[in-house]
Design a binder for this molecule. Structure first.
Ligand SMILES: *Cc1c(COP(=O)(O)O)cnc(C)c1O
Length: 220
């Protein structure tokens, strides 16, 4: 096995173990391999090892890297996990299969227009500012119901909530809070958990974990 394939096997095993502890089906958890800053050569071994869902944090980087990979391996799906500027919404709508960072009213309007122009609706997670750290983006907790209502009104397919908890503190309370907000708002999907805490996230209900460095190695 190549090194990335070995890492992939290990992450999958840890997801399955955490799922088992939580009495969940491992197949209910989607591993999104976050390939940002990694070149195509680093991504190919993971595709060869069977990984099909990838994530990028910048529209522009994804636009240069992914079209040839998608062309060659048709069945892949691509998530946007970074902040999205309204003027990039149409490009994002054409390239990505899921947007994890819908976090404000102006972006609801921009995405609605972008989906019309691109002729496709892209599933979205509403990103919640779970640790009240405005610099990371995310909708303030108190404003989530209003943003969801607005997104529904604009026919944006919101499938769940996403968060990035504060760095360096125990993430479990934040994951549990995101799960509660999702349940309160009738949303089934939770995009939470990264390389350092995806097992905890799985135990607290994550349906999508976003794992980068545990698969690709530390980013330079
Ligand atoms: C980079 C990034 C990840 C992956 O982080 P790792 O710690 O490398 O697993 C997940 N989510 C978002 C939003 C990111 O920007």
């Amino acid at each position: 096995m190549t090194e990335p394939a070995r890492a992939l096997t290990e992450v999958r095993e840890k997801i399955a173990h955490a799922a088992k502890l939580a009495r969940r089906e491992p197949s209910d958890i989607e591993l999104v391999a976050i390939s940002k800053t990694n070149p195509a050569e680093a991504i190919l071994p993971l595709i060869a090892a069977g990984q099909r869902v990838f994530g990028e944090s910048r529209v522009q980087e994804a636009q240069t890297k992914w079209p040839p990979l998608l062309e060659a391996h048709g069945e892949l799906s691509l998530h946007l996990v970074g902040q999205l500027q309204s003027n990039k919404a149409e490009e994002a709508a054409r390239l990505f299969d899921c947007i994890n960072s819908l976090d404000r009213s102006s972006l609801v309007a921009a995405l609605a227009r972008a989906f019309d122009k691109a002729g496709r609706q892209v599933s979205c997670f509403v990103q919640v500012d779970i640790g009240e750290e405005t610099q990371k983006g995310g909708c303030p907790i108190a404003e989530v119901p209003a943003l969801l209502a607005e997104a529904r009104g604009a026919d944006i397919p919101v499938i769940g909530l996403m968060c990035v908890p504060p760095h360096g503190v125990e993430p479990a309370p934040y994951f549990a809070l995101l799960a509660k907000i999702a349940a309160d708002n009738g949303l089934a999907k939770l995009s939470m958990g990264m390389s350092g805490d995806y097992e905890t996230a799985v135990m607290l209900g994550a349906t999508h974990v976003r794992v980068g460095s545990a698969l690709f190695g530390a980013r330079g």
